[in-house]
Ligand binder design. Sequence first.
Ligand code: PRX
Length: 653
Amino acid sequence: MSEHKVYKLDTVEVSDAWKKRAYIDNDKYLALYKESVEAPDTFWGREGQRLDWIKPYTRVKNSTFAYPDVSIKWFEDGTLNVSANCIDRHLAKRADQTAIIWEPDDPETPAQHITYRELHDNVCRLANVLKAQGVKRGDRVTIYLPMIPAAAYAMLACARIGAIHSIVFGGFSPDSLAGRVEDCKSAVIITSDEGRRGGRSVPLKANADAAAEKSGHVEKILVVRHTGGDIPWTEGRDIWLDEAMAEASPDCPPEEMNAEDPLFILYTSGSTGAPKGVVHCTGGYLVYASMTHQYVFDYHDDDVYWCTADVGWVTGHSYIVYGPLANGATTLMFEGVPNFPDPSRFWEVVDKHNVTIFYTAPTAIRALMGAGEDYVTKTSRKSLRLLGSVGEPINPEAWEWYYHVVGESRCPIVDTWWQTETGGVLITPLPGATKLKPGSATRPFFGVQPALVDSDGNMIEGPGQGNLVILDSWPGMMRTVYGDHKRFVDTYFSAYKGMYFTGDGCRRDEDDYYWITGRVDDVINVSGHRMGTAEVESALVAHPKVSEAAAVGFPHDIKGQGIYCYVTLMAGEHEMDGLKKELRDWVRNEIGPIAAPDHIQFAPGLPKTRSGKIMRRILRKIAEDEYGNLGDTSTLADPSVVSHLIENRQNRR
Ligand code: PRX
């Protein structure tokens, strides 16, 4: 990437045009931020009014981070329905406005424009199909779909009847799907015959079948007819969704839900154990998703908004479906990938649909940057006025390329830091208020109180670097881990008592700007996707030839971080290159392609302390090629293990 021009911008000032147009300028930001932390009940009591409530709330914030009695409630005596807020209430004004633009994987396939009226019709029918299959309020429904409008219908249909959806990313394996179905005891899976990405088919229905076989819970599989590909069929269990929806009534009254009733579960990786079912609830989540979508992207009625994420991740939940639709927006859903049929695709889609707000991940920017400027400059992009970034730290070089080449130095970039757990954006510029610094997520959103602590939990004041914590609750945050509140409390509130620990490291500069430096726990961020090292390791040791494994992250030009695995074989097994491929494919099959190791190094032994704990810090350094700086090695049980690993690593190059 070094052939790219390096611009070295220090800061980008807010333009007058933006100051004029935007909802929030700097003075307003400062005043509202102050109110949001000093008088949260007043601030959020007012913001809550952006939704339609069936029974208005009288209580706004009721939360404590005190360990171990963590409890988070917002708008707790109010009732509402998320689907009614995302659809029905817009019908009077927007019935014929496009709610969803669907852009298919293959550019030759016609795009679809789904109006709010059509959205209402489809969601009601699908909700009635779910009801007819016995799905009731509080039941869990697993959604395993590609990026097609039916994914949004399914989410909103669940919300309409008070069922809790759990979306599993279509790139996950049958085993991963089964684990998630099992954890939340979901009797229904909604899938499609196949998915299509980059011209290739993904066998979703076949995967769902395999998952259903593994997990005893699945009673019904509802199948969207999408590619028309041949699929296995189990009579009595499998149902074609188009046929069932055609017969269902287009009228389905929304269920009255309490603000604190769960809306969805989304599984995410942590530093230990199996993925956690992050639970988000109805009222606070939607207030927060709606508000952040409006202000962070400065969404106005004439905008066409495109977030390139997949609905299988939290970004797709909050910023393709719930936030935009709560705001009556036009949201674009893209089935494909950035480089198919070629690396101009994103910008061609921008031109085709006159996209004004574009939100993507640094990994995509870096990949497209590698393909060269011509793919960008041959397109117009004149409709664009704001760019967004999410999922991982954006390196200043990619930031500047995004800013100058894609945005032609006229579109601010909002670098939004947040997490599955946070429900919505926590640290971000606001385009009319915040001067930008390439690589910094800048300042906290309203109601968010970030702080830095050292490893002993001492608060770091002023400029400095430490672990990023949040001091008090905001409406969009997760409420619990599904079925395991203790795990919630232990994971997020026990490291630094009384504070929410994000798992991220962070620097704060002299302007009080925040610079996220990446995870400080055993989570690897691969192309903006979270992967627990423990998950990769347990997949590897499940292979009959593997006795022990350790996975660590290492810097990767495109993906941000790659996965580096050290593998000790069973006695009698031999190290050979064919086996590396076999192990890579094994992990891919066990978890999904995003977990496939980039490098495998055979290791006769792993560096351990005398008490048997693997010293990952050393493994990380070796994977990063930083042998000179291994840190304290005095607790190593057998120092020769390390020299052996370094020798092997160097011989590999
Ligand atoms: O390390 C941070 C990184 O992604 C993690 C959260 O991952 P996930 O729950 O999958 O959600 C991703 C989309 C919200 C964080 O702990 N991360 C996310 N956004 C940024 C980021 N790191 C730096 N800058 C960001 N803008």
